[in-house]
Design a protein around this ligand. Sequence first.
Ligand SMILES: [Zn+2]
Length: 298
Amino acid sequence: MKTLMNRRAGVATAALLCALAGTAFAQGNIDFTKVEIKTAKIANNFYALEGAGGAIGVLTGPDGVFMVDSQYAPLTDKIVAAIKQISDGRIRFMVNTHVHPDHTGGNENLGKLGVTILSRDQLRMRLAGGQRPAPPIALPTITYNETTTVHMNGEDIRLIPMFNAHTDGDTLVYFPNANVLMTGDFYRSVGYPFPDRNNGGSVKGLIDALQAVVDLAKPDTKIIPGHGEIVDKTAVAAHRAMAIVIRDRVAAMVKAGKTADEVVAAKPTADYDAKVPQGATTSERFLRAIHAELSAAK
Ligand SMILES: [Zn+2]
């Protein structure tokens, strides 16, 4: 009972932190009637859509639409309308980069429209389970746990598993022709990194995933984060370097027996705080995640 209550308290705190930072999971805080979907052309037949929640990617062409992530359910009509502006409107596939509701909330609506949903095995399990299981129509019908390729519109779309990074069900989506990488939330160009330990994320896996992006990206590859501005690989490399510096500082403090509160009070991110654009994940949240992971490993 105690464990359950603690877990509930943890979930509530995480939701509150998100809400305070302005990119809420909790859709109760967003007035969806006011949200407009903005479409940006990224390549010849590739678009990024921005509304509320995680970035959406849209590959268009004669074979129909391949889509990355679904944002929140109340936005599906607007998203589908925006996709009709840039394509024939036949949405055939949608892949979820990870389980969080600002990336999967529209799954049920898209499922009802006949869209085939893809994801990692772990993502499907989490979506189907938990305290509020998603209805079957919202669940991915095709799942994978190794690199999987979808051939459409002249693209070889690669769905690349990233293990225990932001969550345990992350996928890096690569469009080689369009020269675009979509990371989901293991990389965001705002805020500190967020290894969601409640959903199988880890600092180690997140840093490894950032390296995978740096290895795969060409100098001119457009990297679309789960949240924040589109960047190139130099920004991801810098973000990874920062994560490692901070992790190592916390590691030294954990070795010296410091508690999480003591680590936060020591402000080991002070030299980065002014440089990191404000996002959902504060310095404190990142520090506590590192402390918990390294303490557990001791
Ligand atoms: Zn997320």
